[in-house]
Ligand binder design. Structure first.
Ligand code: NAD
Length: 362
């Protein structure tokens, strides 16, 4: 049965990079490797311009009805003067909340061809293949009480509350264990159990949940050490699972290991496996409209979509192989350009991936 994909291209370079991802979907569809129907909707600044709302109800409803959502990026200086509730980013957060996307998957893969692009020494990062699983709807970002209050003395006090229930921890650990079962079966749970009771509970639940996955090797690491280990010896990790705030910081740290923000896809999943797939970068207003944005993170987001929401792992692997092939050919967008490589624009890079996919078939 045909699966529904809602495409929300967004702002800035969003429409440019999403157009290349759609070419890849079209090739697989034409071959019969996947059976999908694409719908389009507005989100972010584009939606505000059209409807005065960064997340129109029609977009949210279409997202809820879809099997998966493919997002470009939102935001830009044009909309910065707007009140927070009307800003493009509110549309993105509304989609995440509205779909209940509690599991954020951020792979950090360093293609050997791009080892020179990392700020770390090639021998530290070459071959890096790490998956960070971050809890996305709980923790200190949502815990109550929160706010800024004025004490009787007149001094102000800021408050946020770190909170996790056992079921929230269990479900994100299960996501991490399931993913690790298809990889090297090693999971590192990151916490601060030595000082924070909330994460002491996190560790207990992780251990208890792991009992259902006897093939998984579970280890635990305090978040401060994990940050250090990520830049010291990142290849020691297979899958990392952690809470919202630790995951926010560690996943940005891990993305830098790979050198280019233009290469990294992400997935955010809910309890029924429905997901939203997007590159980790933003709308890059500084290069929007110039045809130089790297579309590979968005194309690789399609691969994640096929694997995690559309049950088409073979097609996903073919997209990833096509990206490797294009890198092997020496084609580079400006953000990943190095000496001796051939610089290409957004469209040419998309066309090269399509050609590599077609070459793989023949
Ligand atoms: P950004 O990720 O858009 O850009 C950071 C730098 O990386 C820029 O120099 C940009 O040119 C470059 N870059 C990003 N993606 C690229 C690509 N595919 N190819 C080549 N170069 C690329 O971050 P920013 O500049 O801090 O934010 C710009 C806007 O994007 C803001 O409005 C911000 O709120 C928004 N934003 C949106 C998302 C999202 O939609 N998920 C995420 C982050 C930022």
């Amino acid at each position: 049965m045909s699966k529904n994909i809602l495409v929300v291209a967004g702002d800035g370079i969003g429409p440019e990079i999403v157009a290349e991802a759609i070419k890849v979907i079209d090739v697989l569809q034409a071959e019969g490797a996947i059976d999908v129907t694409l719908q389009h909707a507005l989100v972010g600044g584009a939606a505000y311009d059209a409807f005065g709302d960064p997340l129109p109800e029609a977009t949210l409803n279409a997202a809820k009805a879809a099997d998966a959502v493919l997002l470009g990026a939102v935001g830009g200086p044009k909309w910065e003067p707007l009140p927070i509730a009307k800003r493009p980013e509110k549309g993105l957060l509304g989609l995440r909340a509205g779909l209940g996307l509690f599991a954020n998957l951020r792979p950090a893969i360093l293609y050997p061809q791009l080892a020179d692009a990392s700020t770390l020494k090639p021998e530290i990062v070459a071959g890096l293949d790490l998956m960070i699983v971050r809890e996305l709807t709980g923790d200190i970002y949502f815990g109550q009480p929160r706010g800024i209050e004025t004490l009787p003395s007149g001094e102000r006090r800021g408050i946020n509350t770190m909170v996790y229930t056992e079921s929230e921890v269990e479900r994100i650990c299960r996501v991490a264990f399931e993913i690790a079962m298809k990889r090297d079966k090693r999971v590192c749970s990151v916490d601060k159990a030595n000082v924070l009771e909330c994460t002491e509970l996190w560790r207990e639940v992780a251990i208890k949940t792991a009992a259902d996955y006897p093939d998984i090797t579970l280890m635990h690491m305090y978040v401060d050490n994990a940050a250090m280990q990520l830049v010291r010896a990142p290849k020691q990790f297979d899958v990392m699972v952690t809470g919202n705030i630790f995951g926010d910081i560690l996943s940005d740290c891990a993305s830098m290991l790979t050198g280019s923000i233009g290469m990294l896809p992400s997935a955010s999943l809910n309890a029924s496996g429905q997901g939203m797939y997007e590159p980790i970068h933003g709308s890059a207003p500084d290069i929007a409209g110039r045809g130089i944005a790297n579309p590979l993170a968005t194309i690789l987001s399609v691969a994640m979509m096929l694997r995690h929401s559309l049950n088409a792992p073979d097609a996903a692997a073919r997209i990833e192989a096509a990206v490797v092939r294009v890198l092997d050919q020496g084609l580079r967008t400006a953000d990943i350009l190095s000496a001796g490589m051939r610089q290409v624009g957004t469209v040419e890079m998309g066309d090269a991936v399509v050609a590599a996919l077609n070459a793989g078939v023949n």
